[in-house]
Design a protein around this ligand. Structure first.
Ligand code: PRX
Length: 656
């Protein structure tokens, strides 16, 4: 597949323009102009129109303690009121909020009235167990209605949730619980994925073992399967017992707009994941506004975002955005390849999905599957309900874009290639489907009000056609507020002094010389993007060297991969003689299992290469650029004369 950005242009079809929330390029430009002319006024107007405030705000943006910006700070609101109650109060309680499809294909529909009652019951149960405003609650749950309810229930009482993806290990979970100082964990006995039952509660037990997380007072367990689990009396309680007898109404906690709605841990360029802190008012505003404009969500839509609630995409485009607008959405428990790789297409057909939002890595693997097994090709399914497609998490290569457009979208559905990050809370650079002409491989233009730009190392604008560093010049409502417990790291990571007070995204980008369209060229720091999952190279290196019996030294780099976008490649020096053949294979497996245990299976290196030592300059610096060439299988063209031991290049050529 070619990575060249396509020079094809797809104008929005008339059907997409007509009746769109943002209809036509002139409407897009008018919004941008409004934001440019009166920045605070523009965001204030959106916040008043889209959100319900208990106490209206009078202040919009407070920059006095930059870069710790505050939005709508004297306003009060509640996120779960905005996502649930207000629709019920408007007489829309019988509308379906969630169509849940389980791994085994069984379907449950939940109305807004039911979702509200379940949220209120759990909120009351949390309160009864002493959880109060400002407490942190860790959610380690499968894709489920209960997971969404757990998040909404925390929001209802002003507790700050921190969802940990169910694929993270006990060690990763423990780190997050400890860093957040959480008082409670909500989990399930097991999760059902791909026809298998996978443990969750056992991992929680492991994470909390030996009193390693003394702040945790209780563990509430959703009974998803019949699987048996260990039980800690006095700490553990079934979810169904906890909510039994709780009232189905609960007065929302009206919190300040800046109150932390959630923390979400993500990888940075140093070893320790950082707890990205999001606000209540500004975050919810952008979640709702982007759902409305980027997905053009209407009452007649069936919206499906395939992300997991453990990632930011699941937060913004499952739990918060679509519900804030009173939409109807799919929540899917399973995986795209079970019972076969036609599952997504089959579900689109079955539920008459109109808007479908997924990741390039899923598309690429389903292309491969369809190429090898004709039966799972989308052409075998009726996908005519679709009107809009979306992509997120990593660059979508033009070949995958074209396939998605033609075979899934039937050539008629615009594709919104949405660039954003855990830190940005919602879409930053994205087409609007009824306005923006599309170019495959480009995320096109900034969302109205987002001041994305490309600058050099000193913060000066670079001309279009010339690559540089992606920044956002002005603060925006849904931006990260701080890194939990580490404001200095927040400043250092996102507001380096040389960038004139601009937000540093961590990505490189280039704008087209003719139309100014943005194309993301990839991370400029030590962060990898594997199947749309963010991984720090140092995080994986730390995990490898913590295998102290075996590993003396490790360096991790990324290399391009046709399916996963990037693949993890680890260079390892062992504390024993360099292995080869079957022994090397066995040790590589052992190291992958170790990394899975330390971080989670998503962090397993695809390639492991062993050397007597690592290529270093005479001053002792690991030559990472050289390792990246080796990982790609390129012939090394760099100057190796400063290498301490040039012979190891040959050793590292072999991947296990
Ligand atoms: O490198 C960019 C890439 O994903 C990173 C953010 O990862 P995360 O915080 O996990 O959030 C992913 C879901 C929003 C970015 O720094 N990225 C995300 N979307 C795109 C992208 N790269 C290119 N095109 C995109 N549409």
């Amino acid at each position: 597949m070619s990575d060249k950005i396509s020079d094809k242009i797809y104008n929005p079809p008339a059907a997409a323009v007509q009746g769109a929330h943002v209809s036509g390029m002139a409407a897009y430009e008018a919004l941008c102009k409004e934001a440019e002319t009166d920045y605070a006024g523009y965001w204030a107007r959106q916040a008043r129109e889209l959100l319900s405030w208990k106490q209206p705000f009078t202040q919009v943006l407070n920059e006095s303690d930059a870069p710790f910006f505050k939005w709508f700070e004297d306003g009060r609101l509640n996120v779960s009121y905005n996502c649930l109650d207000r629709h019920v109060e408007a007489g829309r309680g019988e509308r379906v909020a969630i169509i849940f499809e389980a791994d085994d294909g069984s379907v449950t529909r939940v109305t807004y009235a039911e979702l509200l009652a379940r949220t209120a019951q759990l909120a009351n149960a949390l309160k009864a167990r002493g959880v109060k405003k400002g407490d942190r609650v860790v959610i380690y749950m499968p894709m489920s209605v209960e997971g969404v309810v757990a998040m909404q229930a925390c929001a209802r009482i002003g507790a700050t949730h921190s969802v940990v993806f169910g694929g993270f290990s006990a060690q990763s979970l423990r780190d997050r619980v400890q860093d957040a100082g959480a008082v409670m964990v909500l989990t399930a006995n097991e999760q059902a994925r791909g026809g298998k039952s996978l443990p969750l509660k056992a991992i929680v037990d492991d994470a909390l073992a030996d009193n390693s997380c003394p702040t945790i007072r209780s563990v509430i367990v959703y009974k998803r399967t019949g699987g048996q689990i260990a039980w800690v009396d006095g700490r553990d309680e079934w979810l169904h017992d906890a909510v039994a007898g709780q009232a189905a109404s609960c007065e929302p906690e009206w919190v300040e707009a800046e109150h932390p709605l959630f923390l979400l841990y993500t990888s940075g360029s140093t070893g320790k994941p950082k707890g990205v802190q999001h606000s209540t008012g500004g975050y919810l505003l952008h979640a709702a506004l982007t759902t409305k404009w980027t997905f053009d969500l209407k009452d007649s839509d069936i919206f499906w975002c395939t992300a997991d609630i453990g990632w930011v995409t699941g937060h913004t485009y499952i739990t918060y955005g679509p519900l804030a607008l009173g939409g109807t959405e799919i929540v899917f428990e399973g995986i795209p390849t079970f019972p076969d790789a036609g599952r997504f297409w089959q579900m689109i057909q079955k539920h008459q999905v109109t808007i479908f939002y997924t990741a390039p890595t899923a598309i690429r693997s389903l292309i491969k599957a369809a190429e090898t097994n004709e039966a799972v090709h989308p052409k075998n399914y009726d996908l005519s309900s679709l009107r809009l497609l979306g992509s997120v998490g990593e660059p979508i290569n033009p070949a995958a874009w074209e396939w998605y457009h033609q075979h899934v979208g039937g050539g008629r559905c615009p594709i919104v290639d949405t660039f954003w990050q855990t830190e940005t809370g919602g879409h930053m650079i994205t087409p609007l489907p009824g306005a923006t002409p599309l170019v495959p491989g480009s995320c096109t233009l900034p969302f109205p009000g987002i001041t994305a730009a490309i600058v050099d190392e000193t913060g000066n604008d670079v001309p279009n056609g010339q690559g540089g560093i992606l920044v956002v010049k002005k603060p925006w409502p849904s931006m990260i507020r701080t890194i939990w417990g580490d404001p200095e790291r927040f400043k250092k990571s996102y507001y380096p002094p040389e960038l004139k007070g601009y937000y540093l995204a961590g990505d490189g980008a280039i704008r087209d010389a003719d139309n100014g369209y943005f194309t993301i060229t990839g991370r400029i720091d030590d962060v990898l993007n594997v199947s749309g999952h963010r991984m720090g190279t140092m995080e994986i290196e730390s995990a490898l060297v913590s295998c102290t019996d075996l590993v003396a030294e490790a360096a991790v780099v990324g290399r391009p991969d046709d399916t996963t976008g990037e693949a993890i490649c680890a260079f390892v020096v062992l504390k024993r003689p360099r292995p080869s053949g079957d022994e090397a294979k066995a040790i590589a497996k052992q190291l992958r299992d170790w990394v899975a245990k330390e971080i989670g299976p998503i962090a397993k290196p695809k390639d492991i290469r062993f050397g007597d030592n690592l290529p270093k300059t005479r001053s002792g610096k690991i030559m990472r650029r050289l390792l990246r060439s080796v990982a790609k299988g390129e012939s090394v063209t760099q100057d190796t004369s400063t290498l301490e031991n040039p012979a190891i290049l040959e050793q590292l050529g072999q991947a296990y």
